[in-house]
Design a protein around this ligand. Structure first.
Ligand code: C2E
Ligand code: MG
Ligand code: MG
Length: 663
């Protein structure tokens, strides 16, 4: 969303950093060169002065008639010989002698003889007045004059009195070269050291910035992609879908949102394990990618749910063919590492944009509803969203909202259904069954909202609420009465629940032996070690565990010897079919009761509605019975009155039931 902005800012920062480095390096090099030049000039100046001074001293010591020469007299023979020698010796390649008025008396490269008082030198007068040397430097041509030389003008002092002024021209070409070379080496070294001192941290900073940028890119990728398949995730999907929807008016075409869901994924996952499941998901992602056209978008919402957005769609027919193609590609068998081939058909729900909606949230919901319809129609097919589904969509949205609110406020209702024990039909406890109050005052049954709570991952909080309230209620009942609480399989997904259960028992003061947990075989299908351990932990607390709705679904007997259940609850559908398929059902019920007895498990028959059913059950003698015949699920205060009636009318429970039914 803001990545182009961030990229631009980062580019600007990098350019600025490079510019700063260049400026700093430029300053270092420039100031080093400046410092070298300054130092060279000062040294040359000092050297020229010192040479001239030496030369002047030598002159004063050697030339006896210097004062006369300074006064305009011709040099003596000895002095002339000295001047001749001095012209060829040392670094002084030329000299001049001035009188005290500043007029030249003798110039060495002319003939060594007195010259006319013709050339006046300001420097000579200045040096006389200040009694210090005046030095100037010159560039020569290298032939008639040295390449670089300086002129030092200074007075010659004898017995504390200036007798003449001399100007010595000192050849400093070699000296300057030597200084320059030395300084060049030093400055290169200095630049290198400074550059190194500066560039090492700069390089470290640059490396860190680059590594951070790579890490940022990776984080951004992960934030927008599904780690397992590399497809875009929901966040990115919504972003891209919104962009595509915005462009729709310009393209004049439509979009089709295909919600693809595998029909057998859970089974594959449960049978072959999670790594096989992951492999299947990656293969499906790759196939959907290959089957989609350029410009389409494939993403994974989670689990086995994929979304493919088809662009440039002109009609429903095109979208229908596309969906069939996707499903066909997904349906090809996949070979697992163990050599086993697995295959799963796919169901597809299709929503069309702009016909079904123009915002991503609605379109994804529409495609979801269409998928729901495809599943309901027997799976392995594609269905388009239809406006009638809209009402369901609205209902679902309202239910989700209501559920979230109830989770926040704890606005649920618990009903309690009595359970009686044979042979005397004494009240032995209640099953706690949750309801969600509707805004209109009616109660929404758990079959409607529990799957939604599971979908929205709110079941943990709901389950905890139920357990806490049921245990708190049961703690006030007489101690021979138990309470049964249903746990959803998804509650086991989010980690150990035995701790939560034990905390609630402590908190409410209910003895563990008075709590029964009901689970369904759906929990055991995945048969994970963690689930088994968790059940064992619950049992070790002293809680009894019941297998609910037994006899429907897989009803694999292997579950029964893998975990020592305390109770089997025969599903209420057996009672319903007792009247129609009498004999067979009766035999099955007989068999289950015998099986329970054999395996040391109590058996409860659910859904007992009529006296006829009761009469039959009396011949079978299961341990406990539950059903509308003994009492519907009821609010807590009604359950309390039933308890009181039961206590008041021992030993037969008949009267209590008769009294309740008369109300
Ligand atoms: P279940 O655990 O098998 O609960 C028994 C269901 O059968 C209850 O439906 C009860 O009203 C109904 N029933 C009892 N006797 C009769 C009868 O004689 N005839 C007929 N036709 N029905 C009878 P309810 O309350 O609608 O609950 C449905 C299911 O919702 C429960 O089935 C249970 O699986 C689930 N459920 C209820 N409360 C909770 C809960 O707190 N947590 C979880 N995870 N699931 C719950
Ligand atoms: Mg139950
Ligand atoms: Mg049941």
């Amino acid at each position: 969303m803001n990545s182009p902005l961030i990229r631009k800012a980062r580019r600007l920062l990098t350019h600025r950093a490079i510019a700063i480095i260049a400026i700093v390096l430029g300053l270092v090099v420039g100031s080093t060169i400046g410092a070298v030049k300054l130092a060279t000039d000062r040294l040359l100046n000092a050297s020229a002065t010192s040479t001239a001074q030496h030369w002047a001293n030598l002159l004063a010591d050697t030339v006896g008639d210097l004062e006369q020469i300074g006064a305009g007299m011709p040099p003596s023979q000895a002095s002339t010989a000295f001047f001749d020698w001095a012209r060829q010796a040392g670094h002084v390649f030329r000299y001049e002698i001035y009188n005290r008025q500043g007029y030249s008396q003798l110039i060495s490269d002319k003939i060594i003889e007195q010259v006319d008082i013709s050339e006046y030198s300001v420097d000579a007068v200045k040096s006389l007045q200040s009694e210090s040397p005046v030095v100037s430097v010159f560039e020569g041509d290298g032939t008639t004059k040295p390449e670089f030389f300086s002129r030092a003008v200074l007075p010659v002092i004898e017995d504390g009195e200036p007798v003449a002024i001399v100007a010595a021209y000192v050849d400093q070409t070699a000296e300057r070269q030597l200084f320059r070379n030395t300084f060049a080496v030093v400055s290169v070294f200095l630049c290198l050291v400074t550059g190194l001192a500066f560039s090492l941290p700069a390089m470290a900073w640059y490396r860190r910035t680059r590594e951070k940028r790579v890490a940022d890119r990776r984080i951004r990728f992960l934030a927008h992609h599904d780690a397992l398949t590399g497809l875009t995730n929901r966040v990115r999907l919504v972003e891209r879908l919104n962009q595509m929807l915005q462009r729709l008016p310009d393209t004049g075409t439509g979009l089709a949102i295909h919600f693809v869901d595998l029909d057998r994924f859970k089974e594959i996952n449960d049978t072959y394990g999670h790594s096989a499941g992951d492999l299947v998901l990656r293969a499906v992602a790759e196939r959907l990618n290959r089957a989609s056209a350029e410009g389409d978008l494939v993403s994974r919402l989670g689990g086995d749910e994929f979304i493919v957005i088809q662009h440039n769609v002109s009609d429903m027919q095109g979208a229908g063919f596309y969906a069939e193609h996707l499903a066909e590609q997904v349906g090809h068998p996949i070979v697992l590492p163990c050599g086993q081939e697995v295959a799963s058909t796919a169901s597809v729900g299709i929503a069309m944009a702009p016909a079904d909606g123009t915002n991503s949230e609605r379109l994804l919901k529409c495609a979801d509803l269409a998928l729901y319809a495809a599943k309901a129609a027997g799976k392995n097919c594609a269905r388009f969203f239809e406006p009638e589904m809209d009402a369901r969509l609205e209902e679902r949205i309202a239910l989700e909202r209501r559920l979230r609110e109830a989770i926040r406020t704890g606005d649920f209702v618990l009903h309690y259904q009595p359970i009686v024990a044979l042979p005397e039909r004494r009240l032995v406890g209640f099953e706690a069954l949750v309801r969600l109050p509707h805004e209109d005052g009616s109660l929404i049954p758990p079959g409607v909202f529990i799957p939604v709570a599971e979908d929205l991952q709110l079941i943990d909080r709901l389950g905890e609420w139920v357990l806490r309230n049921a245990c708190a209620a049961a703690a006030d009942w007489p101690s021979h009465l138990k309470v049964a609480v249903n746990l959803s399989p998804t509650q086991f997904d989010s980690g150990p629940i035995s701790e939560m259960v034990s905390d609630i028992l402590d908190e409410t003061g209910l003895g563990a032996a008075r709590l029964e947990i009901e689970i369904t075989e759906q929990l055991l299908i995945s048969d994970t070690e963690a689930v088994m351990q968790e059940l064992a932990r619950l049992k070790s607390l002293g809680i009894s565990i019941a297998m609910d709705d037994f006899g429907i679904g897989y009803s694999s007997l292997s579950y029964l010897w893998r975990f020592p259940f305390d109770r089997l609850k025969i599903d209420r559908s057996f009672m319903q079919s007792l009247d129609s398929k009498g004999r067979n059902t009766a035999r099955v019920i007989h068999t289950i009761v015998a099986l329970g007895r054999e395996m040391d498990m109590d058996v409860t028959v659910e859904g007992v509605e009529t006296a006829r059913q009761l009469a039959f059950l009396q011949t079978v003698q299961p341990d406990q019975l539950q059903g509308f015949y003994f009492g519907r699920p009821m609010p807590l205060d009604e359950a309390t009155s039933m308890i009181l009636k039961d206590l008041a009318a021992p030993p037969s429970f008949n009267q209590a039931i008769a009294a309740t039914r008369a109300v």
